[in-house]
Design a protein around this ligand. Sequence first.
Ligand SMILES: C[S@@+](CC[C@H](N)C(=O)[O-])C[C@H]1O[C@@H](n2cnc3c(N)ncnc32)[C@H](O)[C@@H]1O
Length: 166
Amino acid sequence: MDLVLIISGGILIGCMLGLSWFAGSDAPYIPTKMDRIKEILKLAGIKRGKKFYELGSGDGRVVFETARLGAESFGIEQSWIRILYSKYKSWRYGLKKTKFFHGNIFSRNYEDADVIYIYLLQKAVNRLEEKLKKELKKGSVVITQTYHFSTWKPYKKLEGFWLYRA
Ligand SMILES: C[S@@+](CC[C@H](N)C(=O)[O-])C[C@H]1O[C@@H](n2cnc3c(N)ncnc32)[C@H](O)[C@@H]1O
């Protein structure tokens, strides 16, 4: 009986962890496909000396890529599991220029950002449009994926990625 309880409890916890891996308030977890991302990041001006923020950083894959290109790279993510996973991967890859913060993207200020990357649902993207227009310094670049700003005019569009300059 005890063994049945332990096994059932284990399965339940496993299912809850599995489901929470995909959860997200302003977008579920769907990772960016990496085939075009390096090109897009270079187009956005990512290089040594730049500061990059990913709003809703998932498993950290885009943050790792910008760090490899030399930028100081930050990920903000509301899932503890994904933050722990990203920190582990960052340690494994030896990427010292990465930092991951657990929390809500709307609770932070991005005035020091040079490049921002967003892959979230339309409602969150609309909210961020207003926030970033107020906060970003002149010349900063924002990249949106799949869901884009509704009034801000992009300077470049490339297969689902739109680039904007503040
Ligand atoms: C569509 S996924 C994109 C993940 C990653 N940016 C990528 O491109 O591979 C959206 C991510 O944003 C996170 N997220 C959604 N709303 C958030 C919020 N308000 N604050 C922080 N993270 C959020 C989700 O947990 C999820 O990991």
